[in-house]
Write a protein that binds this ligand. Structure first.
Ligand code: 9D3
Length: 233
């Protein structure tokens, strides 16, 4: 898979891409991430990429010229046209299902904005879909792009068996995870549940399922259907 990122802050991606699963996916050649600086496609000698909103109002807007020029350059670098995604607070909320869907694409082109937003002609003209990573205000689209890249990259790695924990994912199964324990058996007076030391794998599986369900009911009832939400005992 190839992911292009159009951004005013390509340096912001360097540390996250240099870590763990992401680094492995890049080293393996499972994934290639290409960062392109939108400012390199500015049309004047001040390298201006934002301007005042028509109609007035606060803040600045990303100009269409530099983003279009950057996009056309990037798209010409590879034959596969790719799925074009604008990171914006107005987008559909990102989730694991969307991560799975995107991981099946051959190419993504992510566009991260700064300022108040993009000139509307960018979204319309590029035929872009929009994605948000949640209902809180970030200072730009870069962190959102990194979240998407991370979620997609670990699915690519998982598909090749690099990472077996990608299989029993809590969010893919719709429940939170059961509690985990490792050594020591007693830590500061807190004991590992007896059942996990019993060696009875059937009982352990049953206990874990029940724990997962109870925790989901308590902490994330929104993940459950009405039946499971109301179930007593
Ligand atoms: C006051 C109106 N704001 C809209 C909520 C303006 C505004 C705030 C923050 C416009 C852009 C931004 C920058 N945010 C992103 O580019 C962004 C984002 C986010 O803020 N939250 C969750 N997902 C995303 S994806 C891109």
């Amino acid at each position: 898979m190839r992911i292009d990122v159009l951004t005013l802050f390509p340096q912001a991606f360097e540390s996250p891409l240099g870590c763990s699963i992401l680094k492995r996916a890049l080293d393996n050649g499972l994934l290639d991430v290409v960062l392109t600086d939108i400012r390199d496609f500015a049309e004047d000698s001040y390298r201006k990429v934002d301007d005042k909103p028509y109609g007035g109002g606060p803040g600045m807007v990303m100009m269409p010229g530099p983003v279009f020029a950057c996009f056309e350059h990037v798209q010409s670098l590879w034959p596969h046209k790719g799925r074009v995604i604008l990171l914006t607070p107005q987008g559909q909320k990102f989730n694991q299902a969307k991560a799975c869907e995107l991981s099946r694409e051959e190419r993504l082109i992510l566009i991260a904005g700064r300022y108040e937003g993009f000139d509307e002609r960018i979204r319309v003209g590029l035929g872009a879909e929009q994605i948000s990573i949640g209902d809180y205000v970030l200072s730009g689209g870069e962190l959102a792009a990194m979240v998407i890249i991370d979620a997609v990259a670990r699915l690519l790695a998982g598909a090749l068996g690099d990472e077996d924990s990608a299989k029993d994912e809590s969010f893919s199964e719709g429940l939170l995870e059961y509690p985990h324990y490792t050594r020591p058996e007693v830590f500061r007076g807190m004991k590992v549940p007896e059942i996990l030391l019993s060696g009875d794998h059937g009982k352990i599986a049953e206990w874990r399922r029940r724990q997962a369900l109870e925790r989901t009911r308590e902490w994330r009832p929104d993940l459950l259907g009405p039946e499971d939400r109301s179930l007593q005992d």
